[in-house]
Design a protein around this ligand. Structure first.
Ligand SMILES: [Zn+2]
Ligand SMILES: [Zn+2]
Length: 331
């Protein structure tokens, strides 16, 4: 089943033609629970990985032990809560039994896990160009992979990320699933994505207010508000996991970011976020998910179960060279 973003409630470019040249395409990924294989685009699914290539590890999280959550505990916790929400209960009745609450407490506790060597990173996203129209990458490549170290790192409070770009047809000797290194511990439960298949959908975005020239921001925002909408939330920048598009308004410094290698402009490459929409961005809820009105943690908007400090992790790429390191932002 595809996912279809409803038309924007107002045609902002018709009213403000100066916005038209600033339009960019973003591809919303619409992750939903599934069983992706290495041949599929996914969030939290297996990667198409060359057998001879070392699996990325994080030298900052190594043995002999680390405090955190065993992935199996995180998954059991999610299953227990999902089952509890699914069963019928009388009005005012408790969601959980005493026994379940005790089990949840146990599962949610951080424990000290023995570790030999540096922690293997976990697959976060795999995107095939055949599924994601306009996937940015050097000529000849058709696959983008993102892995991260599932710990909050001290310097930037983010998981450490690794990007790989590949030519899928060039990988003839694939690392078998049972040979993929898996971390025995994650620093935060919200850094462990549930396996999701994707339903990519291109949409049109416009710059967030702080990136609009001159007094245009004030004019479009006032116009949108007069019609009962919010320019950024409803008309400009799509919420949820996506490729490309425009950067959202940032609570951090809105100064333009630049490539650390050459100083050129960087552009949004990939946005990874736990929620696909919430009360403030409900107009982007796909038509197929209209039965799920809220941002309920079991609903389609939270399919990945990712939680990056209630924010989104944005990866930006240099506009001059794909070889330059990506820039990250938390917004
Ligand atoms: Zn790490
Ligand atoms: Zn650069």
């Amino acid at each position: 089943m595809p996912r279809t973003t409803p038309p924007r409630p107002l045609d902002v470019a018709a009213r403000f033609p100066e916005l038209a040249p600033l339009a960019r395409t973003a591809v919303r990924l619409h992750p939903r629970p599934g069983s992706p294989t290495a041949a599929d685009s996914s969030i939290g699914g297996p990667l198409l990985w060359p057998a001879g290539e070392p699996w990325p590890t994080c030298p900052e999280h190594a043995g002999p032990r680390q405090w955190g959550h065993p992935p199996e505990n995180v998954r059991q916790e999610r299953r227990l809560l999902a089952e509890a929400w699914r069963r019928p209960r009388a009005e005012g009745a408790d969601l959980l039994s005493d026994e379940e609450r005790a089990r949840l407490d146990r599962l949610g506790k951080r424990v000290r896990v023995p570790l030999s060597g540096p922690l293997p990173m976990i697959p976060v996203a795999q995107l095939y160009a055949a599924d994601v129209p306009g996937l940015p990458g050097p000529p000849g490549t058709d696959l983008l992979q993102l892995l991260w170290c599932p710990f909050r790192h001290r310097d930037d409070h983010l998981p450490r990320t690794v990007l790989r770009r590949r030519t899928a047809a060039g990988i003839t000797d694939v690392l078998p699933a049972d040979a993929v290194p898996r971390p025995p511990v994650v620093g935060r439960a919200g850094y462990l994505p549930e396996p999701c298949v994707l339903h990519p959908e291109p949409v049109t975005e416009y710059p967030a207010p702080h990136e609009l020239p001159g007094k245009l921001a004030g004019r479009v925002e006032r116009w949108a508000r007069r019609h009962g909408w919010d320019y950024q939330a409803d008309l400009a920048v799509a919420p949820g996991c996506k490729v490309g598009g425009h950067a959202p308004w940032s609570f951090s410094d809105p100064a333009p970011m630049a490539c650390p290698a050459c100083g050129a402009e960087v552009r949004p490459l990939l946005t990874v976020v736990g929620g696909e929409w919430d009360a403030g961005s409900r107009s982007w809820r796909p038509a197929e998910d209209a039965d799920h009105p809220g941002p309920h943690f079991l609903g389609p908007a939270r399919s990945t179960h990712l939680d990056i400090s209630d924010s989104s992790l944005q990866l930006y790429g240099c506009t001059r060279s794909y070889d330059h390191p990506h820039v990250r932002g938390l917004q």
